[in-house]
Design a protein around this ligand. Structure first.
Ligand SMILES: [Zn+2]
Length: 280
């Protein structure tokens, strides 16, 4: 009956994301879905066609934490977690591909082309100092249905920064994303996976969920495209979040690897998609 199914599914959700269970707020996360709209269904506040460039002033700092949803609904804040999410709850063989540190015009377009060829959506955790020089790539990411996440401005070790510096790193990057894609980022990833309490608190204040990863391809060590492919295929499992990079060095191996493991994962029955977040 419905209740059992709900409980079962909730149990699966909790089991699938220990961090979520720890925070006791599994309901905030939407299940992974590949068929929904590319962006949240909630209406964007900006009227008319999506504004790009510097024409529209960013309201990122001023926007309410959760301004979406019916006015009568109680505001739902992004929870302050004590650990990042490591994988994504979902049904069946779903996985999430993530690409960090970009965008880089030498590699990101190739990755976008491959994802588009297979009609797969992914997540890009961009750095503000890269994004500001490549706004058109951010716009293309959003147009292609990918999720653009916040990976700080200059990729520092957050654990060595004060709150004010961490906030600035997050806010500046969030503003660039907001202006380029038409909405602020809803996901954050700490550089080097170095999280601290301030990062969780400030990220939540800015409406972002912290996402880490399950499978690290270590592609930044340039181990060879074949090794990257092996790491992804060996690590493949339901709910897995894969970490790769589209910038920060020579990422041609990462580009080549994707062309190999993506069709392979699809042939194995995996559904590559992006996590959803319930607006309220
Ligand atoms: Zn990074």
């Amino acid at each position: 009956m419905k209740t059992d199914q709900l409980l079962t599914r909730r149990g699966a959700l909790l089991a699938g994301a220990a961090a979520v269970a720890a925070a006791g707020t599994a309901g905030v996360l939407g299940a992974v879905t590949g068929t929904g709209p590319a962006r949240p269904a909630a209406p964007a506040p900006a009227p008319g066609p999506r504004a790009r460039g510097a024409l529209r002033p960013s309201a990122y700092r001023l926007r309410p934490l959760t301004g979406y949803g019916p006015p009568a609904a109680a505001p739902v804040r992004t929870p302050v977690r004590q650990a990042p999410l490591l994988e994504m709850p979902g049904r069946g063989r779903t996985m999430v591909l993530t690409f960090d540190d970009g965008p880089d015009p030498r590699y990101t377009p190739d990755i976008l082309d491959t994802l588009a060829e297979y009609r797969v959506r992914a997540m890009f955790f961009v750095c503000g100092e890269m994004a500001v020089e490549n706004r058109e790539l951010l716009a293309r990411m959003a147009d292609d249905g990918h999720v653009v996440g916040n990976h700080t401005w200059s990729h520092p070790l957050l654990t060595r920064l004060g709150r004010r510096e961490i906030r600035a790193e997050m806010e500046r990057t969030g503003e660039v994303i907001d202006r380029a894609v038409g909405e602020p980022p809803r996901w954050f990833r700490a550089p080097y996976g170095a999280w601290n309490r301030a990062a969780f608190q400030l990220g939540a204040e800015l409406g972002m969920e912290p996402l880490a990863w399950t499978v690290d391809t270590l592609d930044w060590t340039t181990p060879g495209a074949g090794t990257i492919v092996e790491r992804v295929e060996d690590g493949a499992a339901p709910g897995v979040v894969v970490l790769s990079h589209d910038a920060g060095g020579d990422r041609s191996q990462s580009v080549r690897a994707l062309r190999s493991y993506l069709p392979s994962l699809l042939d194995s029955g995996y559904h590559l998609t992006v996590p959803g977040r319930r607006p309220a």
